[in-house]
Write a protein that binds this ligand. Structure first.
Ligand SMILES: *[C@@H]1O[C@H](CO)[C@@H](O)[C@H](O)[C@H]1NC(C)=O
Ligand SMILES: *[C@@H]1O[C@H](CO)[C@@H](O)[C@H](O)[C@H]1NC(C)=O
Ligand SMILES: *[C@@H]1O[C@H](CO)[C@@H](O)[C@H](O)[C@H]1NC(C)=O
Ligand SMILES: *[C@@H]1O[C@H](CO)[C@@H](O)[C@H](O)[C@H]1NC(C)=O
Ligand SMILES: *[C@@H]1O[C@H](CO)[C@@H](O)[C@H](O)[C@H]1NC(C)=O
Ligand SMILES: *[C@@H]1O[C@H](CO)[C@@H](O)[C@H](O)[C@H]1NC(C)=O
Ligand SMILES: *[C@@H]1O[C@H](CO)[C@@H](O)[C@H](O)[C@H]1NC(C)=O
Ligand SMILES: *[C@@H]1O[C@H](CO)[C@@H](O)[C@H](O)[C@H]1NC(C)=O
Length: 602
């Protein structure tokens, strides 16, 4: 094979696995010119940026701001790359020459990535098996694969990605939006912990701006740059164990709450070099610590995308060469030790999703959303309701409706991160069971976000609310934080809707400066946003107010809280604000008209 074929083949390979990224954020011209002249020095820099993007920036406010700034400028660059790369990988596969493949991977990692060569090789060998199998088994043509990976073409264009859940033959009850309870009625409080991402290799004083996707683990700071802070660092670093410990200890002393929602992602972001043993170490160590700090609290847990090894890859039962039981057994043990009833075990072993009663009248449903995202390459082989999870969700929601229970849904990834058919089906389910679902709680984004769900027909009528809670990790450019919700209950006929919440952050700048943890209550939602209640209607009203004064101070506050007060509102310009607001009303993926009512980008 000629040198150029290597290049393209490996580009394609990386296109599919290392950076299943937001294609829209990379200018088309750069990609075209890289293709024309891949060895040029400037291009290496761009490539470096591209390969670093996914893990480095996918969670960062800056990256989102960049994406929003680029707005809807369409980029077909990566799609072109993918179209070229995929057939070449299929050719490599057919040749079935492992030496050739090794040679190609090594060549690519050496020649084309300024990114640490070991990161490149590590990532390549972690994912290569899955990528090759997916390409071999997926009943898809190259265009379909590229569309899934890079949103080149809407998934709805391809019948193979489209499927519908079925609802029981019972009419939807008349909508009954929640009503405010009397001020003196009993309340429950829920602590929400998410995205802990402890880096057990964190080293204070080490290099915090390295060329790897995760830093603060070694090396000396470049002259003129500060080293990693003792309590953490805003740059591309996760938090040390002692910071996680300090945060939850503080929460255990400062907060009053009844139980805990715990929405996943325990391991650090060194995704190019993680074994099953590493993940189990993170899971067992962090959970033991939590069990000690909260000896008498029930955790309602959900699984994140980072718990698997490699990250994101959750094989479905039809995959014969990979088996996720090692993880689900550990999760079942851990989650039950953290307070789940033992009768959830079989369900957890089956798919790491389960349901249980929190209180009579309040049902918890924990979903495993790794079965909904395109980051889980195994779904490319068959994306139709993996493990029947959504159909199972409908069964339980119907059960809850029939038994007059309210339901809280928790999961790691919000449904807006799902494949299109999945997220549209989810939306439909939320619509059908709007009277039953009293709250949805997710993580994954690290920044604080929210999603308002609307009626599918009357698109101005809000029907449900999803909260995306803050991360404990700083990754990236965030203060560590947690949240506490106050909900209506527990008494006869309580609605179990969230009535208010507050977020507590650790001021990392101050903590490092004075070398002691400094916490502050960042804000209380109703007070900060001047809302009567936190029902869907109230959020809808807030969105209207923000829309009408998008460049004003309240939207600035929303952005500040989005970054957990790392940044202030001035750092988010008009387009950034418009982008953030659009996210709040986009609970579905591939919903091109969700934000038509917002003022345009500048
Ligand atoms: C590739 O070659 C190996 C032996 O080197 C063989 O076991 C395997 O079945 C081959 N795979 C395909 C897809 O031909
Ligand atoms: C991966 O981690 C192990 C320790 O867990 C370390 O010895 C090794 O050097 C790392 N490899 C890379 C490529 O970073
Ligand atoms: C799913 O339902 C929609 C409308 O309800 C319909 O247009 C579409 O054809 C259905 N898709 C499949 C695969 O059944
Ligand atoms: C644990 O909680 C139960 C009921 O909520 C209470 O009776 C008991 O005293 C608590 N134990 C500790 C050690 O706090
Ligand atoms: C995975 O392993 C478990 C136990 O080790 C076994 O019960 C299960 O059948 C396996 N699943 C698949 C799809 O092979
Ligand atoms: C994909 O999975 C669904 C549900 O498990 C199943 O009904 C369907 O037959 C599968 N499709 C293919 C092409 O295997
Ligand atoms: C955090 O602490 C720094 C240094 O003491 C201070 O300048 C900053 O205003 C604080 N941030 C917040 C959100 O309180
Ligand atoms: C900060 O305090 C910890 C103990 O809490 C100590 O181990 C560490 O050396 C101190 N760091 C600095 C930079 O003073």
């Amino acid at each position: 094979m000629s040198r150029n074929i290597y290049i393209f083949a490996l580009f394609g390979f990386f296109a599919i696995n290392v950076f299943t990224i937001e294609a829209k954020s990379i200018p088309e011209d750069s990609i075209k010119s890289i293709l024309n002249d891949p060895l040029n020095d400037d291009h290496r820099k761009v490539l470096h940026a591209i390969t670093g993007y996914r893990h480095r920036f996918e969670q960062s406010g800056n990256f989102k701001a960049l994406r929003w700034a680029l707005g809807d400028k369409k980029t077909s660059g990566l799609c072109d790359l993918c179209d070229i790369g995929t057939p070449l990988i299929r050719l490599l596969l057919e040749l079935n020459d492992t030496t050739l493949i090794d040679e190609a991977v090594n060549f690519f990692c050496k020649e084309y990535i300024l990114l640490d060569e070991n990161v490149c090789l590590g990532a390549a060998y972690e994912y290569i098996g899955a990528v090759f199998q997916v390409l071999e088994l997926a009943p898809l043509n190259n265009r379909q694969i590229c569309s899934l990976a890079f949103e080149c073409q809407p998934q709805t264009d391809f019948p193979i990605f489209n499927w519908n859940v079925t609802f029981p033959d019972k009419p939807k009850p008349t909508p009954q939006p929640p009503q405010p309870p009397s001020p003196s009625s009993p309340k429950l409080n829920i602590l929400h912990l998410s995205d802990i991402h402890v880096d057990f290799s964190y080293k204070p004083g080490s290099q915090a701006d390295c060329s790897q996707p995760l830093c603060c683990r070694g090396g000396q700071p470049v002259p003129g740059h500060t080293g990693a802070g003792f309590w953490g660092d805003y740059r591309n670093c996760d938090i040390p164990f002692w910071t996680a410990q300090a945060l939850v200890k503080y929460a255990s002393q400062a907060e009053e709450f009844d139980f805990i929602y715990y929405t996943g992602d325990l391991p650090a972001h060194n995704v190019w070099n993680q074994s099953r043993a590493d993940q189990l170490y993170s899971i067992n160590t962090i959970n033991s610590m939590l069990a000690t700090v909260f000896p008498n609290k029930t955790f309602y847990s959900a699984v994140g995308n980072h718990e698997a090894a490699p990250c994101n890859l959750y094989p479905t039962p039809n995959i014969r060469t990979d088996n996720i039981s090692w993880l689900y057994e550990a999760l079942a043990d851990n989650w039950i030790r953290l307070g789940l009833p033992a009768d959830t075990r079989d369900s957890i072993l089956n798919g790491a999703f389960y349901t249980t009663l929190i209180r009579p009248g309040l049902r918890l449903i924990s979903l495993n959303m790794n079965y909904c995202t395109s980051d889980n390459f195994w779904l490319i082989i068959n994306s139709t309701d993996p493990l029947g999870q959504l159909q199972w969700l409908i069964d339980w929601l119907q059960y809850a409706e029939d038994h007059e229970e309210k339901v809280h849904i928790i999961a790691h990834q919000p449904p807006s991160s799902c494949l299109a058919a999945y997220s549209w089906n989810f939306y439909k389910i939320v619509n059908r069971y709007e009277n039953t679902i009293a709250g949805q709680f997710f993580g994954h984004a690290h920044a604080e976000e929210l999603k308002v769900f609307y009626d599918e027909v009357d698109t101005q009528r809000p029907v449900s609310m999803a909260y995306i809670g803050p991360s404990l990790t700083t990754y990236s450019y965030l203060n560590p934080g947690y949240r506490v919700y106050t909900i209506d209950g527990d008494y006869q006929g309580s609605s179990f809707w969230a009535l208010d919440y507050h977020t507590v952050i650790m001021n990392l700048t101050a903590s490092n400066k004075y070398n002691q943890t400094i916490f502050l209550k960042e804000y209380e939602a109703r007070d900060a946003y001047q809302m009567k209640n936190l029902f869907p209607n109230d959020w809808h009203d807030l969105i209207q107010r923000l829309k009408n004064d998008i460049d004003g101070p309240t939207m600035g506050l929303v952005y500040q809280f989005y970054t957990k007060s790392y940044a202030n509102g001035n750092e988010c310009d008009h387009n950034c604000r418009r982008g953030l607001l659009c996210d709040f009303i986009s609970a579905r993926s591939e919903d091109p008209h969700a934000c038509d009512s917002l003022p345009p980008f500048n």
